[in-house]
Write a protein that binds this ligand. Sequence first.
Ligand code: GLU
Length: 325
Amino acid sequence: MTDEKLSDEPQGKTDLKGEPILEALREVLAEARELDGGEVASYIPQLSSADPSQVGLALVGVYGRTFEAGDSRVPFTIQSVSKPFVYALALEKLGIESVMERVGVEPSGEPFNAISLDADSGRPMNPMINAGAIVVASLVSDDEILEGLGAFAGHPLEVDDAVLQSELETGHRNRALAHLALAAGVLGSTVDEATERYFRQCSLIVTALDVATMAATLANAGRNPLTDEQVVSETVARWTCAVMASCGMYDASGDWLARVGLPAKSGVGGGIVAVDPGVFGVGTFSAPLDAQGNSVRGRAMLTSLSRSYGLHAFAHPTVKFQPPE
Ligand code: GLU
């Protein structure tokens, strides 16, 4: 434990240099490497071939300083980590209330691929589960997703075609969700367009450093701290972080918010992003997943960072540090 603030604020404003952050990242990564457990996603062959021993961690501060440990530049597919960012693009394009007519913001407490639709309106419960994410994808174009997610990451992103093909071949449940959304009148395109677009966004190739930069853009009120591009508005960034906080970790979202206390989103490719608004974004990568579909080592690294550095959003500012469990 330390009483140092985990911030990339330049020297002069605080006495913190970059080194303690790097040490902190290396330490939590070394601890996480020792962890066993979890299963690499196997619903398509391309994911099951991921190397389970790789572990990456990156932190990008709102002042634009980046810190990396381990396999922070190993490529993986973004999968559901894309959901908050495409949601943010849809909010930016259409406005919050218009998107709210089609997708809610209530946690479902159910697995990512559940048929979680509001009993009265037929709206998906939230944009972080597949039903909601497919509706969100129906509201934006392929180009808007590719350009927008590239703007979040700070460079153009590419699609993993083999993953996309497999998703297209096996994604029947997601097509069923899109049909239900169409029946409820909340889908903004055809079923095929919405699902293909969703599979394409899930198949984008990223690294832990990329997703940390994407998270840092949300942390920095919608402005990418590396490129200085305003990707979405402050209001949209805040709204997106709030929805990540309540719904981002599949059916472990409540437990995550209570224990870790940071808005976060995980994906079955092994990535997790977490946001400390006004301070930094973190990205983690490690392929083995727990029963809820969250990366075992990624969860451990973020839990450890939160506890050691007093990052919990609901901690009293004068009693920041949580005792070990
Ligand atoms: N492409 C995956 C699916 O929709 C993403 C799942 C995830 O990362 O939760 O089945």
